[in-house]
Design a protein around this ligand. Sequence first.
Ligand code: PMP
Ligand code: GLN
Length: 384
Amino acid sequence: ANAMLSALPTTIFSVMSALAVEYDAVNLGQGFPDTEGPADLIDAAAAALRDGRNQYPPLAGVPELRMAVASANARFCGIEVDPATEVVVTCGATEAITASLMALVNPGDEVVVFEPLYDTYLPVLRMLGAVVRPVRLMPPHWSLPRAELAAAVGPKTKAILLNTPMNPTGKVFTRAELEFIADLMVCHDVYAVCDEVYEHLTFAPARHVALMSLPGMKARTIRIGSAGKSFSMTGWKVGYVTAPAPLAALVAKAHQLLTFTVAPNLQRAVAIGLEKDTGYFLQLSESMRQSRDMLVKGLRDAGFEVLPCDGSYFVIADFAGLGFAGDDVAFCEAMTRQLRVTAIPVSAFYDPDGGPGPRTLVRFAFCKRPEVIAEAVRRLAHVD
Ligand code: PMP
Ligand code: GLN
């Protein structure tokens, strides 16, 4: 059997969701909304099935969706791309991340990542034979440690893998931070893979800036989005990659090996979603901001120290002040069993082979209905 996969633990998201079901807990662990996405998209997907859109679509994605991805790039980020050669549709951002790294990395290439990091990054990089250079962001603000980043980038660096808005921290990289990264990329001839699945989920005054939109970056950036996050339907697994044509062609080749195509009815529906007026996207982030505020207040009232959160589905809280004797994993288990609220231990987002990271931080998802957050807050009020 493959040694790396044999050693890979089951994802923390499945582990904690199963525990939540076992204890009938409010699941603020795995990040998925508990409301349906837009009805017109669901209707469009259903209609497309009945219209006989049921055979293999084109490898890079149906033309309507590639056009919609290109026009969303122009509308929201000022990025002009050719839908025929610079957009690839994938099975969620998950496949897009793997395919993008496959497109860039040769064994021995160095790839810089930021800790804490999303759980697929490290195993995929290691299976590709990349040498991972982690740069650790520090709580509570998770600001870019510029000197450390500059020291991590060198002649062997092939790419920087960046996630903004960031899971699990809720950090949104500032324009100044992205400009610093861009300068390093030019200086050392490095590519970037930008996981921007939460691009529409930022809370004022924070605003998403796509690294790809900065001067000189289009030729060296692969940008990834997800319909799951932008339309609150995480089960659809429709992702999209925007990249300069030579890189997009390689991503398409990786996609050819991994999954080849994506359900055509879902692609057509997502194309309609991406053409929605700007009000839809503003409303999505505004309702998520209200949910964040509600959860943040409840966590504070329960005695947690809540870290800043400018975007994504997630907020991190520190339980150090609550007097719990144990680490974040023990805390999340105890909270599920005793208070019947589930969250994710932040240590799951660190390299298990790296140095010790924070041990008193837990990630709560707020992409839930107000009454669900209210129930979690009620239960947490008994936290000590
Ligand atoms: N990247 C990040 C940072 C995520 O949080 C997620 C999903 N929660 C993904 C990628 C995967 O997205 P998808 O469901 O579209 O595969
Ligand atoms: N990205 C989601 C999260 O961070 C989970 C996705 C998954 O379960 N693989 O909660």
